[in-house]
Design a binder for this molecule. Structure first.
Ligand code: GLA
Length: 380
């Protein structure tokens, strides 16, 4: 079992204040401290933003649920609201799993993020097949291309209308489009783009606006929003869309980042840049990888992550949340892409590409729901 729970020495006073009565900081310094025994993160940041976690429906009970209720006041479906899950066949919607998450949010008075309406990944192929079942992207006849474009935009409209109407009174913020710009700063050559140009982005936002609750906010969401040339490309795209009257309320910064990267200065510049367009900022998928990708150095097993790595991670988390708090009037939500280190997509990727080597630990709670140095750092 991984024991990573020595808090940084500098946080002694903070620890004494955070611990429940009866537990002294000497024992806590040497023993694991449960996430269920310490002060809630959402309360700590209540004057600045809500604190969210991405969840799978199976995490809505047991220890996961307890930790969720204690520390988070916002949730988002990690997968079950994505097009491939919620709309696997044309006209056949599968709301069962998504409904569980919506119900949990309501019962526990949590905000709900809707993720995501349009993406190039985890989207079923049927969207992009013409009436004869041929891939629309291969079509060369201009007339047929025009027909295909209309059909795809119609499908998109139906998709968004059906989902957004269903959750009209539940979802506070929608990731309307996800990852529409690529790493080189070009519009991503997804089937959406190849078939409709940028019209799919406009139709997506317009349709979402039409059917979403009046207070629901609409986001364009992406990773590496802090990195050039992608940052400026997204900025220019949004600026242009806003000038055309496209109803975008904010930008979602996925923030799949790693210890020390990006720099705090670049993150600050990014938030301010987008706020300058009159947009809200949300941190939508935060995880702070110990390694980056591919894992460097690649530790032979999860058990061997040295304590110094967790201290390094805590120092970065400390600076990150100090920045988020400083910019609190420009950031309305900070969502972690998971609850605790026992469940993170970063480990799937290690399994898939690296024989399980380089398992990560990106959150502030460890795999046993005990607090890590990063927790103390952000609660300070
Ligand atoms: C992107 C998506 C998320 C999630 C992560 C990693 O960031 O927006 O929904 O799939 O990739 O899995």
């Amino acid at each position: 079992m991984l024991k990573v729970l020595r808090k940084p020495v500098i946080c002694g006073l903070a620890l004494a204040l955070l611990l429940p009565a009866g537990m002294n900081s000497v024992s806590a310094a040497n023993e694991p401290v449960s996430a269920l025994e310490v002060k809630p993160m959402d309360e700590r940041y209540k004057n600045s933003f809500t604190i969210g976690a991405a969840v799978e429906p199976y995490q809505l009970e047991g220890k996961d649920a307890e930790v969720l209720k204690r520390h988070y006041n916002s949730i988002v479906a990690e997968n079950v609201m994505k097009p491939i899950n919620i709309h696997p066949e044309e006209g056949k919607f599968n709301f069962t799993e998504a409904d569980k998450i919506v119900k949990f949010a309501k019962e526990n008075n949590m905000d709900l993020r809707g993720h995501n309406l349009v993406w190039h990944s985890q989207v079923p192929d049927w969207f992009f097949l013409d009436e004869e079942g041929k891939p629309m992207v291969n079509e060369t006849d201009p007339k047929q291309r025009e027909k295909n474009k209309k059909l795809l935009l119609k499908r998109l409209e139906t998709h968004i209308k059906t989902i957004v109407k269903r959750y009209k009174n539940d979802v506070d913020s929608w990731d309307v489009v996800n990852e529409v710009v690529d790493d080189s700063g070009e519009l991503r050559q997804s089937p959406w783009y190849q078939i409709t140009g940028t019209d799919y982005i406009k139709v997506a936002f317009e349709t979402a606006r039409k059917y979403a609750g009046k207070d629901a906010k609409l986001y364009i969401n992406d990773y590496n929003t802090e990195i050039e040339p992608k940052r400026t490309a997204i900025y220019n795209l949004v600026k242009d869309l806003l000038a055309q009257g496209v109803p975008i309320d904010g930008i979602g910064h996925q923030s799949h980042i790693q210890v020390g990267w990006p720099s705090i200065q670049e993150i600050e510049k990014t938030i301010n840049m987008f706020a300058g367009l009159g947009l809200d900022n949300q941190i939508t998928e935060l995880d702070v990888s110990l390694y980056g990708w591919p894992p460097t150095p690649a530790y032979p097993s999860y058990d061997l992550i040295p304590q110094s790595e967790f201290e390094r991670q805590a120092a970065y988390y400390d600076q990150l949340f100090a920045l988020y708090e400083k910019l609190g009037d420009k950031i309305s939500n900070v969502t972690f892409w998971g609850i605790a280190d026992n469940h993170t997509w970063l480990n799937d990727r290690a399994e898939q590409y690296n024989n399980g080597v380089g398992k990560d630990a990106p959150f502030v709670f460890d795999a046993n729901y005990n607090v890590k140095p990063a927790y103390w750092a952000i609660m300070d």
